[in-house]
Design a protein around this ligand. Structure first.
Ligand code: NAD
Length: 261
């Protein structure tokens, strides 16, 4: 239980990758603040289930991370309720797929607000407390799309490239403060975010979900396998461990060979 006594905030943890990360951090002994959208009863079942399964404190806050003021409030609540915020995982993200000339301005603003600006606001609000305590771990969930591009994802690719830049800056600023700052760059992970893209392709091409899942993998990854949220969670736990204490400012791929090509 290497993270017993540590407090972790995982944004966007009611689903997908964030939930996998929250589970693995709880398994390692950390207290967890969940965040994200969803149906209240389902979220409470999730919250109580994690607390019971791993014997850690688990809270939930439905802050909308499009609002900078909500991010500051969420961080302050973690520190007030749990006494600290030691591990920040900036994970919440959205996608929109369209050619640049068709890309709605409002979708650009929303993707940049959540996938990039919320990462800045989260780090800004969290680092003063981490500096006071002399220990912190920040893990920004970027993407293979932080390192390379794909067509029709201009806002997402721009935001994720920006996350890698922001990660490097804050890693340098915090290098001797006991705080590491890293980005994880997943390839394809089968979550609601990707299931929506697969369903849209199957509809557009008149094919099956299975055929489009296979095609999606084959287009980008040498390894024809989805990464699971739990594997990204285990990677996060490593970065929070003592073994990870000199890894900082890194863009760490977990992508089935996507960016090796
Ligand atoms: P998901 O749609 O399953 O989960 C997104 C989470 O963010 C949910 O909990 C949702 O409620 C929350 N959320 C959405 N808008 C929010 C807002 N305004 N405020 C607070 N929370 C909000 O998506 P996912 O696939 O698990 O993606 C998680 C992260 O991983 C994203 O940053 C995504 O870009 C990144 N990523 C995903 C993949 C993949 O293949 N799924 C690959 C690389 C990177």
């Amino acid at each position: 239980m290497g993270l017993t006594g540590k407090v972790a905030l995982v944004t966007g943890s009611t689903s997908g990758i964030g939930l996998g990360i929250a589970r693995e951090l709880a398994r390692a002994g950390a207290d967890i603040m969940l965040n994200g959208f969803g149906e209240a009863d389902a979220i409470e079942t999730l919250r109580a289930g994690l607390a019971a399964e791993f014997g850690v404190r688990v809270g939930f806050d439905g802050a909308d991370l499009m609002q900078a003021s909500e991010i500051a409030r969420l961080v302050a609540r973690c520190e007030a309720e749990f006494g600290a915020l030691d591990i920040l995982v900036n994970n919440a993200g959205i996608q929109h797929v369209a050619l640049v000339e068709d890309f709605p301005d409002a979708k650009w603003d929303a993707v940049i607000a959540l996938n990039l600006s919320a990462v800045f606001h989260g780090m800004k609000a969290t680092i003063p407390g981490m500096k006071r305590r002399g220990w912190g771990r920040i893990i920004n969930i970027a993407s293979a799309h932080g390192l390379v591009a794909s067509a029709q994802k201009i806002a997402y690719v721009a935001a994720k490239h920006g996350v890698l830049g922001a990660t490097k800056v804050v890693a340098i600023e915090c290098a001797n403060a006991g705080i590491t700052v890293n980005a994880i760059c997943p390839g394809w992970v089968l979550t609601p975010l990707v299931e929506a893209q697969i369903a849209a392709r199957a509809k557009a091409n008149g094919t099956s979900v299975e055929a489009e899942s296979n095609a999606l993998l084959a287009e980008k990854q040498p390894m024809l396998t989805f990464t699971t949220p739990e594997k990204i969670g285990a990677f996060t736990v490593f970065l929070c461990s003592d073994a990870g204490s000199t890894t900082t400012g890194a863009a760490l791929s977990i992508d089935g060979g996507w960016v090796a090509q």
